[in-house]
Design a protein around this ligand. Structure first.
Ligand code: F6R
Length: 604
């Protein structure tokens, strides 16, 4: 959600902080701000809207100083206004925060009783007020911070800066990720290592409950019990140049186009000598059930994978959305595995679900894009999807790479469970290997899809239909479209249509049918006919055979190359993504940073 940066530098820090915030803007972009200490004096600048507004403000009202903190916000408490933007300040202390302080109302009453007046509607400002209250009582910044942290409930990553202290930052982590970066006589704090990549590759990750007193000489880290903790410094590999648009108009367009390459990379990594090449711990012998947990797009990847695990490997499988999982208190067996899928690896609900499952199942496995993320670090085994950095808020290449890794896991499960003959394994691997080429071909349909999208952009509601493993893809197509074009869209299993949603059909509602010519095709076509009988506008997305058999009477058709039906959801993701992208372009919305959303959802 919100992005945090802190720098104790040797040069002016405002430009460095703004640069780092740019790399964190995916976390939230409704307001931004920075605070610095210059000649002992704490000062700040804040601006509503995208980071560029803060940069503009800094041109007119520069902020000097070699120590500073910065923030890009995704509002939780209080609207996106300047007064609610971070850093929040009270007297000698400024703070930036990611997360939610759950007991902020009680704390607010306490500080008000102590004579302090909140200015904003945020939970975060209360943290600054509490710390100031302790400093007013004579505590040093470090002691006041220690005292303050014991009073906070909820999830937070925090970074404090103090008036009169040019060489001090205090950082804390509970529930929200935070990394400390080490430079030569400089120190950094960031919500993730990507933000710090241009400044340092030497990173120490704070663990749950840790807090750190940071000076230019280094960081003293304390654990939740207040003991001095020794946390390892690691060197991370982040190619800073990869976070560029590379000639594309949007990150999303670039990331859609990258899919043939990243999927080929993932296959190269996870397939060797005609077999899945997974770590030795991936042995499904004796595993009697799989629980897959994730949020949003990642949860749709899990739903697709359920078809694979059950049909190919005969392994019973359930899929939960992470925000419901632990509250449902599902019984888990020690013969089952739990699998958590997350692009960012920091999604708060998925992480909490993982913690619920830990110790209750035989193995906690994660499928992540960020191998240094909290979810990866807290799993028994983390499998990277190798999609490369995904910047566009709408997940595209991470989804298809998640599907690719999940498909290989399903094949491995089938092998371990004696369900896959060598010829069938070869056929499945051949089908996966063909995908990058087929995706390339499908990307060539972008112009046709743009033409369709200019009509779709006029719609108020759009339905997506699919059957079998194309049903979760219908859900994903609808999610992608609504999140970036703001058109109301729903995905349905085509067989469900007549149980309610068919009431929505009229000549204005486009119905997008995702239907490769597979064993279920005729059934889907019957459902499509039901739509057309009610003057519904059907866009049929199929292969040449499917379009030839059922394209007549459709409003539009789109012909994809024929592919193996098992892994068709991977290929059909591409037109679903391109339809959302081009519809958003036709509507003129902000494709990479759609309203109200953030890339990494680190609050419940
Ligand atoms: C939609 C999208 C989200 C994420 C969800 C989970 O395009 O990107 O629905 O899939 O917020 O995020 P991760 O995968 O980071 O756990």
């Amino acid at each position: 959600m919100c992005g945090i940066v802190g720098v104790l530098g040797n040069h002016e820090v405002a430009p460095l902080i703004v640069e780092a915030l740019k790399r964190l803007e995916y976390r939230g972009y409704d307001s931004a701000g920075i605070a610095t200490v210059n000649r002992g004096r704490l000062d700040r600048r804040r601006a509503v809207g995208k980071l560029v507004n803060l940069s503009d403000l800094l041109v007119h009202e520069p902020l000097a100083g070699k120590s500073g903190i910065g923030h890009t916000r995704w509002a939780t408490h209080g609207a996106a206004t300047t007064v609610n933007a971070h850093p929040h300040r009270s007297g000698p202390v400024a703070v930036v925060h990611n997360g939610i302080i759950e007991n902020f109302r009680e704390l607010r009453e306490e500080v008000t009783a102590a004579g302090l007046t909140p200015e904003s509607q945020t939970d975060t400002e209360t943290v600054a007020l509490v710390l100031r209250m302790f400093m007013d009582r004579g505590l040093s910044p470090v002691d006041a911070a220690r005292e303050t942290l014991t009073r906070l409930h909820g999830a937070f990553a925090l970074c404090f800066l103090f008036d009169g202290e040019e060489d001090l930052m205090i950082a804390a982590r509970k529930g929200s990720p935070l990394a400390i970066g080490h430079g030569e006589g400089e120190m950094f704090v960031g919500s993730d290592a990507i933000a710090l990549a241009p400044m340092t590759d030497r990173i120490t990750y704070l663990e749950e409950g840790d807090w750190a007193v940071i000076t230019r000489a280094g960081a003293q880290i304390y654990d939740a019990a207040g003991r001095l903790a020794n946390r390892a410094e690691t060197r991370i590999q982040i190619d800073a140049t990869r976070i560029e648009k590379g000639g594309y108009k949007h990150f999303m367009a670039k990331e859609i186009a990258e899919q043939p390459v990243v999927i080929a990379d993932a296959l190269k990594h996870y397939v060797q000598d005609g077999a899945p090449n997974l770590p030795a711990e991936v042995d499904f012998t004796g595993v009697d059930r799989l629980t897959l947990v994730a949020c949003g797009t990642a949860s749709y990847a899990c739903l697709v994978a359920k078809y694979w695990f059950e049909q190919i490997a005969g392994l019973p499988c359930e899929v939960d959305i992470a925000s419901e999982f632990r509250y449902r208190e599902p019984p888990l067996s020690d013969r089952s595995w739990a699998l958590f899928v997350s692009q960012s690896g920091e999604t708060a609900d998925t992480l909490a679900a993982l913690r619920y499952a830990s110790g209750k199942v035989a193995k906690v496995v994660s499928v992540v894009n960020v191998p240094t993320s909290s979810i990866a670090r807290e799993s028994d085994l983390a499998l990277p999807i190798l999609a490369g950095v995904e910047v566009g808020v709408a997940s595209t290449k991470a989804f298809t790479c998640q599907l690719t890794v999940l498909a290989l896991l399903a094949l491995k499960a089938a092998l371990d469970r004696g369900r896959l003959a060598p010829a069938d394994l070869a056929a499945h691997l051949g089908a996966l290997a063909a995908l990058p080429g087929l995706m390339n071909h499908t990307l060539g349909l972008s112009g046709d899809i743009a033409a369709l999208a200019s009509d779709l952009a006029k719609a108020q509601d759009i339905l997506f239909l699919g059957r079998g493993s194309m049903y979760p893809l219908a859900l994903e197509g609808a999610l992608k479209l609504k999140e970036i074009s703001y058109i109301h869209a729903e995905g349905y299993a085509s067989g469900e249509l007549k149980h309610g949603p068919i009431a929505l059909i009229d000549a204005q509602v486009p119905v997008i049918v995702l239907a490769p010519r597979d064993a279920l095709f005729e059934k889907t076509v019957s459902n499509m006919q039901e739509v057309m009988a009610r003057h519904g506008k059907v866009l049929l997305i199929s292969d040449a055979q499917g379009v030839a058999e059922a394209g007549k009477g459709c409003w539009k058709t789109l012909t994809l190359p024929a592919c193996d039906s098992a892994f068709a959801p991977i290929l059909y993701s591409v037109p679903a993504q391109l339809l959302a992208y081009h519809t958003a372009i036709a509507k003129g919305t902000d494709v990479d940073q759609p309203r109200n959303l953030a890339k990494s959802v680190t609050v419940e």
